[in-house]
Design a protein around this ligand. Structure first.
Ligand code: T5A
Ligand code: NA
Length: 213
């Protein structure tokens, strides 16, 4: 019998604006709970009511201006605020599902013109997801979902650039750790794909948590 301690899985749901991340994360939570698996949902940017969260929220609503690097570092700091609790939850056997993570940070800031390497650096050594599910959608499909909203990045040209960076990032990962899902389909079909990948990790992992990047 193995005496290696098992821990729960760390799963990130990434994707473009309107790709259905929040919808899928909620469905996944219900499904995990139905299987009796303890789960904690996190959303980045986290809780827009913390001090850093408020600065990010105000920036996204175009109510304040910040240097591109300054806002990038705030998004990263927002993740670092929760890094220790992510580790504790996983060690205690609670599956952690994140609605956006460091890959969004890199994709959006790189799309604005910062270098990919610079964008990665503040997130170096954050807990790495065991599995990232990237919900891919074309700008045309996003438009059919009522279009983008009022926020700063919700413009078609920006979303195209972000999508390109996400595709570039995905090519650096193995098929076991990064999965691209066609999110332009019906909610139920997307949810089925999400579940089929996540269920493979629900028995826990004996490998240590890895670090970005
Ligand atoms: N950001 C974020 C950074 O720049 N750096 C960072 O480090 C981080 C973490 C806010 C912004 O912050 C940027 C990226 C973002 O621009 P956010 O608050 O997470 O990020 O906002 P969004 O992710 O853009 O939230 P959205 O509401 O746009 O998108 P979701 O969560 O992907 O989509 P969801 O589930 O709310 O669905 C959108 C609509 O589509 C419908 C839903 O009912 C809803 O109306 N829908 C579908 N319709 C048809 N078919 C389906 N399969 C559907 N699934 C959902
Ligand atoms: Na949005």
């Amino acid at each position: 019998m193995s005496n290696i301690p098992r821990r729960a899985a760390f799963i990130a749901i990434e994707g473009l604006d309107r790709s259905g991340k929040t919808t899928q994360v909620a469905t996944l939570q219900t499904r995990l709970q139905a299987e009796g698996i303890p789960v904690k949902l996190l959303k980045f940017p986290v809780d827009r009511t913390t001090a850093i969260g408020q600065m990010i929220d105000s920036y996204l609503r175009s109510q304040s201006e910040l240097d591109d690097r300054a806002i990038h570092l705030l998004f990263s700091a927002n993740r670092w605020e929760l890094a220790a609790s992510i580790e504790q939850l996983l060690a205690a056997g609670t599956t952690v599902v994140c609605d956006r993570y460091a890959f969004s940070g890199v994709a959006f800031s790189t799309a604005k013109g910062l270098s990919l390497d610079w964008c990665r650096s503040p997130d170096v050594s954050l807990p790495a997801p065991d599995l990232t599910l990237f919900l891919d959608i074309t700008p045309e499909q996003a438009r059919s979902r009522g279009g983008y909203g009022e926020e700063r990045y919700e413009k078609e040209e920006m979303q195209r650039k972000v999508r390109d960076v996400f595709h570039q990032i995905s090519s650096e990962f193995t098929a076991a750790t990064w999965v691209t899902i066609d999110a332009g389909r019906e909610r139920e079909d997307v949810a089925e794909d999400v579940w089929n990948f996540v269920r493979q990790l629900t028995g826990g992992l004996s490998s240590p948590l890895e670090r970005l990047w």
